[in-house]
Design a protein around this ligand. Structure first.
Ligand SMILES: [Zn+2]
Length: 67
């Protein structure tokens, strides 16, 4: 084991189920727009898309059926 376990599991920040880090969406949240501090969250593609209003444009890769 070299510490680069690509089967690492994260927890989806919306449904709290485990998700493989390889397919997780990474959300980097800046609580204040003018400060560098941020928090990284992981989620399922569809959990994220389903939380967004239907009128909000989404990155095409978020809508792919790959995962
Ligand atoms: Zn989820």
């Amino acid at each position: 084991m070299d510490g680069s376990d690509m089967n690492e599991k994260m927890v989806c920040c919306f449904c709290a189920k485990q998700i493989d880090i390889k397919i997780a969406v990474l959300l980097q949240v800046f609580p204040y727009n003018n400060k560098d501090e941020s928090q990284q969250l992981y989620c399922h593609r569809m959990c994220f898309v389903n939380k967004l209003h239907k009128n909000i444009p989404k990155h095409p890769d978020l809508l792919s059926d790959d995962y």
